[in-house]
Design a binder for this molecule. Structure first.
Ligand code: HEC
Length: 240
């Protein structure tokens, strides 16, 4: 019985995962924290299109600008629309209670969303909004069905519709010419936005990777000397 329970406990998360991901064919996402232009563009998209509803309450403008290589005056002029100071946390004035009434759910803080979900989930979520007249906001989502969030990137992407054949609706098609961006430009923009949220999920990751390289270089360096020293010790002993 105990063994059986153990097996169930081990298998439970696996079944949970497969049940919580629907069968939308997810595209891969490979974050790149070395790509500062991508992170900068993601930050800009975020402040323009997302911050009105979603805070980044664990992240300050100053640290973000420094990590992303943006001078403070440029950040203040182009990225801080809320009249806040460079040292402020990235917050907004969205009232929690009211917003719940407006959207059915309050917009959650997104600082850690790529860790709570996954970068891949966020990337696919942002790409799969489609027109659905049955939803209060006129939009639905393939990765998060019946989501309360409106399709805020509609003017960039254009109108996307689902196509069904034999009851299978796993295809989205764009009405040509309805968006300001081409499909490739939109993909790149969503990549940058997701990459930026990948960064906010763990801002020290970048630093850690760099430190890791120095540690490895040091170990190689130390290894050479240890080897030479070892040779020196054994030099006069017979057989070596
Ligand atoms: C008009 C307000 C609004 C704007 C603007 C907005 N969102 Fe949302 N968003 C919401 C609401 C409301 C929810 C919660 C929906 C639900 O749970 O049904 C949500 C949910 C999400 C989620 C899912 C979070 C989770 O784990 O459940 C992500 C990711 C997200 N938004 C990303 C973004 C990004 C990125 C942008 C900018 C491009 C953005 N949102 C702009 C209102 C907004």
């Amino acid at each position: 019985m105990k063994k059986f329970l153990l097996v169930v406990l081990i298998l439970l998360p696996l079944t949970g995962w497969s049940a919580s991901t629907n069968n939308w064919p997810m595209e891969e996402f490979d974050g790149d924290l070395e790509n500062l232009p991508s992170l900068q563009s993601g930050f800009q998209l975020y402040t323009n299109y997302c911050l009105g509803c979603h805070t980044l309450q664990f992240q300050r403008y100053e640290r973000t600008a420094d990590d992303l290589g943006i001078p403070h005056d440029i950040a203040l002029e182009n990225l801080v629309f809320t009249g806040q100071k460079i040292g402020s946390l990235i917050t907004n004035a969205m009232p929690k209670q009211e917003s719940k009434g407006w959207f059915g759910a309050a917009p959650p803080d997104l600082t850690l969303v790529t860790r709570v979900r996954s970068p891949e989930w966020v990337y696919n979520y942002l790409k799969t909004f489609y027109a659905d007249a049955d939803r209060p906001m006129g939009a639905n989502n393939k990765v998060y069905p019946n989501v309360g969030m409106p399709n805020v990137l509609l003017d960039l992407q254009g109108i996307q519709r689902q196509v069904c054949s034999e009851g299978n609706c796993d295809q989205l098609v764009l009405d040509p010419g309805t968006g300001k961006m081409s499909a490739e430009e939109f993909d790149a923009a969503i990549y940058d936005l997701t990459n930026f949220l990948y960064y906010t999920g763990e801002p020290t990751r970048l630093q850690r990777q760099r430190t890791g390289i120095y540690v490895l270089l040091f170990l190689v360096f130390l290894g050479c000397f240890t080897y030479l020293l070892n040779r020196e010790y054994w030099k006069d002993i017979d057989g070596h």
